[in-house]
Design a protein around this ligand. Structure first.
Ligand code: AMP
Ligand code: ZN
Length: 497
């Protein structure tokens, strides 16, 4: 298998990826807090890990990908103060918290589909794992790293740090943290301001609450990820991902909780952090007012947008940047991405039609075209910490060849053309997850359906005449457009992919 190197945020080293139980890989990525519409910044992080997931699958690994839904416990303040984000929204809109959760989970799924981001293998939610969260708290308390005050349970950071260290992932020094943290109002229950909540007592107005050994309450935000990653991937697993902004405190607390509960072993072998999407150098965030939704992006209906852009244009724009670098949004960059994507996708279509005309090509190999070498360079780019910008530049070398062949400036053998076509298909569709976008409006569906029916009939006719080349060419060309032909004993039909 092609070697894969990952930059591990924990060690800050580029490391050879060696899964614990190959060919199985366990990967956990922090999912959204479902209290508002996702913005494009969130999309970037989920896209970065979509690429990781796709490439691991492409390499042949059997990946169990867990991405959670945070539906309780994430408070408006970063350190255990403020209202629950979902509870607050439910109060403001006079809805059940679970109505808020459902609404924004649906929105999240719609957006993921729009950007062709694959669903995870398991999508667990925090509210679905309250019992397991209570059990983990009991284990941490049992090991002496947490204490109860007034129906709330806090993690004892100082005590934990003395035995196991704290701050390795974020590079923060525990002494500086202890000296720098102010004692916040209402936090006097904590022995130290750095301690964080594992369980919070619910006051009378709190909407989301569960019985526990410490009275009615709700879990702390960091706990769910420790619990759900352990439950589905084990005490030690391969990859944990999330946005850079989650390194501290969220991921640092996750590590402490896991070790605090399991007695010592590090939970995650490779930590990966996606960098931020920025606007004029500032992180895109709902609170900054610079976060537009995918809907606004498609319509162009936002003050930052000169016009609308398609989801695949945005996907391509993001993939032109390495996941660990910041990416600044701009209309110019999106317009350039639109052109680049168009060039790439038309090359795939041209490669398909060149492939379909196999018999028309040269009998001998073209010595200038080395598809194996192109494929090797693609693998090296992805093997170098998922370097999609370098991969895209190699694909454009393949595009140049398609154009040379298409224009008749040179010819190549049918085998070479088929290999070039397969290379583009593999990396454009499977690895980068780009897809043809339907350009027609809903009103054109009838016309589209009629044309597809016609093509399927023509193919059936070709098969009857044993004209396999034409039948296959129709199937392949439709396949490029994301349309699958299904053959059964009752005849053939088409399906949108
Ligand atoms: P949240 O729903 O706020 O927990 O965020 C969901 C994911 O989006 C987290 O992994 C965040 O790190 C990530 N995220 C938030 N803002 C941005 C941004 N501007 N660019 C990239 N990722 C972001
Ligand atoms: Zn998390």
């Amino acid at each position: 298998m092609q070697p894969l190197y990952i930059r591990n945020s924990l060690t800050r080293e580029r490391e050879l990826f060696e899964p614990l139980n190959a060919p199985h890989v366990g990967m956990y990525v922090c999912g959204p807090t479902v209290y508002s519409n996702v913005h494009l910044g969130n999309v970037r992080t989920f896209l970065s890990f979509d690429i990781v997931y796709r490439y691991l699958v492409f390499l042949g690994y059997k990946v169990r990908y867990v991405r959670n839904i945070t539906d309780v416990g994430h408070l408006t303040g970063d350190s255990d103060e403020g209202e629950d984000k979902i509870g607050k929204k439910a109060r403001l809109e006079n809805l059940e918290p679970m109505e808020i959760v459902q609404r924004y989970t649906n929105d999240f799924h719609d957006v993921m589909r729009l950007f062709n981001i694959l669903p995870p293998s398991i999508e667990p939610s925090a509210t679905g794992h309250i019992i397991e969260q209570i059990e983990m708290i009991q284990a941490i308390v049992g090991n002496g790293f947490a204490y109860e005050t007034n129906g709330s349970v806090y993690f004892d950071v100082r005590k934990f740090a003395e035995q196991h260290g704290y701050g390795e992932l974020s590079g923060r020094k525990i002494d500086e943290l202890l000296n720098n943290t102010r004692d916040l109002d209402g936090q006097s229950e904590k022995r130290d301001p750095l301690d964080f909540a594992l369980w919070k007592q619910a006051d009378a107005s709190h909407l989301m609450r569960w019985p526990s050994p410490w009275g009615e309450g709700f879990p702390g935000w960091h706990l769910e990820c420790s619990v759900m990653s352990t439950k589905y991937l084990g005490e030690t697993f391969d990859i944990h991902g999330g946005g850079m902004d989650l390194k501290f405190p969220h991921h640092e607390c996750e590590i402490a909780q896991n070790i605090g509960a399991n007695g010592g072993s590090r939970p995650v072998r490779y930590w990966m952090h996606g960098n931020m999407l920025t606007v004029n150098g500032r992180k895109m965030a709902k609170s900054e007012g610079n976060g537009f939704t995918p809907e606004e992006l498609l319509t162009g209906n936002h003050k930052l947008l000169e016009r609308g852009y398609s989801a695949m244009t945005v996907r391509f724009f993001m993939l032109q940047c390495h996941y660990a670098s910041t990416l600044d949004f701009s209309n110019e960059a999106l317009q350039a991405a639109e052109k680049g994507l168009d060039r790439l996708m038309s090359a795939v279509a041209k490669a398909a039609s060149l492939t379909a005309k196999a018999e028309a090509h040269a009998a001998n190999l073209n010595p200038n075209l080395n598809v194996d070498e192109l494929r090797q360079r693609c693998a090296e780019a992805m093997g170098d910490d998922f370097n999609t910008p370098v991969l895209i530049s190699v694909l454009f070398d393949a595009v140049k060849w398609v154009n040379i062949l298409q224009d008749g400036r040179q010819d190549a053998s049918a085998d070479q053309i088929q290999a070039l076509h397969t290379l583009l298909q593999d990396y454009v569709f499977d690895v980068l997850g780009l897809r043809e976008e339907a350009t027609q409006s809903a009103g054109d569906d009838g016309l589209r359906d009629g044309l597809l029916d016609l093509l399927v009939d023509l193919r059936t006719g070709a098969k009857t005449n044993k004209d396999w080349a034409t039948a296959d060419a129709i199937r392949n060309a439709l396949g490029e457009l994301g349309i699958t032909i299904k053959d059964s004993k009752d005849g053939s039909s088409w399906e949108l992919g």
